[in-house]
Ligand binder design. Structure first.
Ligand SMILES: *Cc1c(COP(=O)(O)O)cnc(C)c1O
Length: 360
């Protein structure tokens, strides 16, 4: 069977070029006689892989010198605890709750101090981004937290919140490397890589150096202290070596495509195809306020549960898979990450047109 168009929110589609290269190197990575999966992380060969990956990521994102890049395990969810454990010096943090992931982070932070919900869009099923230009930021907040792209609901912050001078912490799991970003506006950015970069099971943390200290909350495990990993170059213990290797290949692929400016252009084109169709459809309807629409995750509904289900099934039969919406919201969701070719989105829109004709 051939490849399908995989619209999964994550783990998600990877560039075919990367998969092919990895397959070619599976039995013998560049004359080592072994695959990267079988290789000690203490070898020069692996050292080169991780250093090259960091260098390429820094180049792609324009990460300033005074930021560290950490390749950590535990996925994005582990950061929900690691962030307060390391950054909540005054035990106060302000959270903007725009979806399930932000809500989970907010709830986890409550274990470690006073997490304040300073804005939310839960009143309208997280279908918009609240106005964040004049929020009630706590004077002693250690940071302000956002989830920049809400994977489940398909919203994205088009403008960062005004944190009134407080450090900004952002979960960028589902918009990582989808467009250029000014890293200097954040204190810490992090993302699980299985959305837009690589295989599951790793998170990349980009953190300003002055926030990496030994003064963490009492009882913080060594493994959950940023300093442990920063001091060891992400090799304190055995890292997710194969994942780092694949991520490195994706960084090279992104560079060869023209970098993040080019990815943004492509992502905008792809998203426009789908949103334009949704805006004019007699059957399908987008669920997000137009201004706050994500380029990466596009939720939509027909308004009829049975018809939604029929659509998801028929689409899968046509090779357009994983279009079912998140279990908490229902309907459909097309995740159109960097590695989803424009042809995939065109195929989806064509299929939706046909389905509409047959079912209206
Ligand atoms: C998927 C996702 C997570 C959770 O990632 P895990 O690696 O499974 O912990 C957190 N935040 C966002 C925005 C996500 O999309």
């Amino acid at each position: 069977m051939g490849r399908v168009y995989n619209f999964s929110a994550g783990p998600a589609v990877l560039p075919e070029e990367v998969l092919r290269e990895a397959a070619e190197e599976m039995m013998d990575y560049r004359g080592t006689g072994m695959s990267v999966m079988e290789m000690s992380h203490r070898t020069g060969t692996f050292q080169h892989i991780i250093e090259e990956a960091e260098k390429d990521l820094r180049e792609l994102m324009g990460i300033p010198e005074n930021y560290r890049v950490l390749f950590l395990q535990g996925g994005a969810s582990q950061q929900f605890a690691m962030i307060p454990m390391n950054l909540m010096k005054h035990k106060v943090a302000d959270y903007i709750v725009t979806g399930q992931w932000a809500k989970k982070a907010y709830q986890e932070a409550q274990k470690y101090g006073t997490a304040r919900k300073i804005a939310s869009s839960e009143d309208k099923t997280f279908s918009y981004i609240p106005d964040c230009q004049d929020l009630d930021i706590s004077p002693d907040a250690d940071y302000v937290y956002i989830c920049e792209n809400n994977t489940i609901y398909g919203t994205k912050f088009k403008e960062l919140p005004n944190t009134k001078g407080k450090p900004l912490v952002a979960d960028i799991s589902s918009c990582f490397l989808s467009e250029p970003v000014d890293v200097s506006k954040y204190a810490l950015l992090y993302g699980g890589v299985q959305k837009n970069i690589g295989p599951a099971g790793m998170v990349i943390v980009i953190i300003r150096e002055d926030l990496i200290t030994e003064e963490v909350l009492p009882g913080t495990p060594t493994m959950l202290t940023y300093k442990t990993h920063a001091d060891a170059g992400s090799l304190y213990n055995t890292p997710n070596a194969y994942c780092i290797y694949i991520c490195g290949k994706v960084f090279k692929w992104l560079k060869s495509m023209g970098g993040l400016e080019e990815m943004k252009k492509r992502n905008e084109e792809k998203a426009k195809l789908l949103y334009d169709f949704l805006d004019n459809s007699r059957l399908f309807k987008g669920t997000v306020v137009a201004h706050d629409r994500s380029l990466m995750n596009v939720p939509f509904v027909t308004g009829d549960k049975d018809l939604d289900e029929k659509f998801v099934k028929a689409a899968a039969d046509a090779g357009l898979v994983n279009l079912k919406g998140h279990r908490s919201v229902g309907g459909m969701r097309a995740s159109i990450y960097n590695a989803m070719p424009k042809k995939g989105v065109e195929a989806l829109v064509d299929f939706m047109k046909k389905f509409e004709e047959e079912n209206v």
